[in-house]
Ligand binder design. Structure first.
Ligand code: BTX
Length: 325
């Protein structure tokens, strides 16, 4: 709209100045409410503003969109990300990767989007994926492994993402079994592993990775603010998403070849060194009920082991866990 254009001009021409609501209203020839609404809209599109009481607004940055070229520039992988599908806005990158996998896309194909309008988590939960703030990507793998071993890929991915975050930001994330990556007790990353299988053979594995990178508090809906954080919030600086994507693909490619060559054991050891839950009292909520006890480790297959107060050992295949201390 005309207001939008006038506001963007005003902000970019006065980059270092605070512009009051009234001044902006005068420039754009509209009400202060209309200015305020337009600024909210611009925020959703990826513009960043600093607001100071009594002084007004200052522009901090314009939408930092990626491109496929910017992502692959300098990428040191053989397979992962070599076939890259980049989108501005999609329902879910998982959905697109699924379709590509059916059409026999090469192993290592990656789908990335700036925004997901229907991003999904496990068990039909939602994954909030606002524009330009994160990395929302899905990856197609075709490992020749038996179906029960597929959950190991979630753990491999978690290790790769932790290593990449560590290398790019210096932060030391922790893994909460099976698929959450946490910093200071808040969720930074979710991983979703889905299978396409024919009878007992894996056709393809679609690994979805969602990372809150440059999200600010206001990008999260009210209900997840207490549990979610981003790399920018934790480091207090903006993180280069393209660099992080490259780091993830490079780390994952190494771990994946190690896994195919040597099996899960070396990965298991790395995973355990990043895991927060091991050795702690936890509550696991499964579909059939709650199990309380001490997390003693994971099995060769990535199954979580919990020892309850009676000394009985439970195998947990799928659950949400809460750490008690
Ligand atoms: P999950 O089921 O472990 O986590 C989902 C839960 O996490 C939600 O119910 C909500 O409480 C919380 N949540 C939602 N959005 C966020 C967020 N942005 N940050 C922190 N917490 C949040 C985790 O599932 C698996 C997520 C995978 C997402 C990727 S993104 C690319 C790919 N495409 C797609 O649709 N999903 C995957």
């Amino acid at each position: 709209s005309e207001i939008r254009k006038k506001l963007i001009d005003a902000f970019t021409n006065n980059e270092s100045e605070y512009l009051s609501g009234q001044k902006l209203a005068d420039i754009a020839g509209c009400s202060r409410t209309a200015v305020w609404k337009q600024i909210e809209e611009l925020r959703k599109e990826g513009f960043r503003f600093e607001a100071v009481r009594r002084k007004g607004y200052k522009i901090v940055s314009i939408p930092p969109d990626m491109t496929a070229d910017k992502i692959t520039l300098g990428l040191k992988t053989e397979k992962l990300g070599r076939n890259l599908h980049y989108h501005d806005s999609v329902e879910s990158t998982q959905k697109i990767a699924y379709k590509l996998a059916y059409e026999n896309a090469v192993e290592g194909t990656v789908v990335i989007a700036e925004e997901q309008t229907a991003g999904r988590g496990r068990m039909d939960r939602k994954w909030h994926s606002p524009k330009y703030t994160g990395i929302w990507m899905s990856m197609i793998l075709r490992p020749k492994i038996p179906i029960p071993k597929a959950p190991q890929l979630t753990l491999i991915t978690a290790v790769g993402v932790v290593q990449a975050i560590e290398a790019v930001t210096g932060l030391l994330p922790e893994i909460k079994w099976p698929n959450d990556i946490m910093i200071n007790g808040k969720k930074i990353t979710g991983i979703l592993t889905e299978l396409q299988a024919e009878s007992d053979r894996i056709h393809s594995v679609i690994i979805g990775i969602g990372i809150n990178v440059n999200s600010q508090e206001e990008d999260f809906p009210e209900e997840i603010r207490p549990i979610a954080s981003s790399l920018a919030i934790e480091t207090d600086r903006m993180i280069d998403r393209e660099e992080l994507i490259r780091a993830i693909l490079e780390k994952l490619e190494k771990l994946y070849s190690l896994y195919l060559e040597k099996g899960f054991l070396p990965i298991k050891l790395m995973w355990e060194s990043y895991a927060v839950s091991i050795g702690k009292q936890i509550i696991a909520r499964t579909i059939t009920g709650e199990i309380k006890g001490k997390a003693t480790g994971i099995t060769e297959d990535g199954v979580l082991l919990i020892e309850d107060s009676a000394g009985e050992l439970h195998h947990i295949y799928s659950a949400d866990i809460k750490i008690e201390g």
